[in-house]
Design a protein around this ligand. Structure first.
Ligand code: SF4
Length: 75
């Protein structure tokens, strides 16, 4: 089964991923908003689950309430 993405994963660090969106470094990611969540991102593949796939992090699970710099609001 896929593992949960670690915040220490090199890609995760590069994209400022946090499993809880409010933990994102606001100074570094000025465009981030606390209400931007993986489950509302166009790249989220988890439907209503707490953890789901993301095409940026193949083979890993990201948190429904997480965020990374590749966030793109669902159209
Ligand atoms: Fe979450 Fe979207 Fe970043 Fe994937 S691309 S980790 S779904 S914010």
């Amino acid at each position: 089964a896929p593992e949960k993405l670690s915040e220490e994963d090199s890609m995760a660090v590069a994209l400022g991923y946090k499993a809880v969106s409010t933990d994102v470094d606001a100074a570094k990611y000025a465009s981030h908003k606390d209400d931007q969540l993986c489950k509302g991102c166009a790249l989220w593949q988890g439907a209503d689950a707490e953890w789901g796939g993301c095409s940026i992090f193949p083979g890993k699970l990201v948190s429904a309430n997480g965020w990374c710099a590749a966030y793109a609001a669902k159209p």
